[in-house]
Design a protein around this ligand. Structure first.
Ligand code: NI
Length: 139
């Protein structure tokens, strides 16, 4: 194994409790660091499997608070900028504060992944998940 580097991570206490439950479910042989390494590897491997020029359809689900400052307008701005790649979106008002948005995108894998990351990277997006399928075409 290459040299290990320590870094600190800040997260809400509720999220940390849930993460520790995940660590516990993975058994005694795993600690927080090992589970974080597993999660990072899982994420990177699923990206590597993609051919960057293969056309994919990506479904991005995000959860956010509609009260977060500027968040809604930033999400709208990104989606309008990439309107040619976004096929459809669905907005669900989950409760008094939280919104679920499902955004369906189509295009070259490399572009759709960057677009998904830019949406996931908007401050205030609490959770997100991209699932992909290929159309069998290359662009
Ligand atoms: Ni809403």
């Amino acid at each position: 194994m290459s040299e290990l580097v320590r870094f600190s991570v800040a997260m809400p206490v509720e999220l940390l409790i849930q993460f520790d439950n995940l660590v516990a479910r993975r058994g005694l042989a795993k600690n927080r660091s090992e589970v974080i390494r597993d999660l990072v590897r899982e994420c990177l491997v699923s990206e590597e499997w993609d051919d960057p020029n293969a056309e994919i359809v990506g479904t991005l689900s995000i959860v956010y608070s509609h009260q977060a400052h500027d968040l809604q307008s930033k999400l709208d701005q990104i989606q309008h900028t990439h309107h040619d790649r976004i096929i459809s979106s669905l907005h669900v008002h989950l409760d008094a504060h939280n919104c679920l948005e499902v955004i369906v995108m189509r295009g070259p894998s490399k572009l759709i992944r960057v677009l998904a990351e830019s949406i996931l990277g908007v401050k205030g997006v609490k959770h997100g998940n991209l699932t992909t399928t290929t159309t069998g075409k290359h662009i």
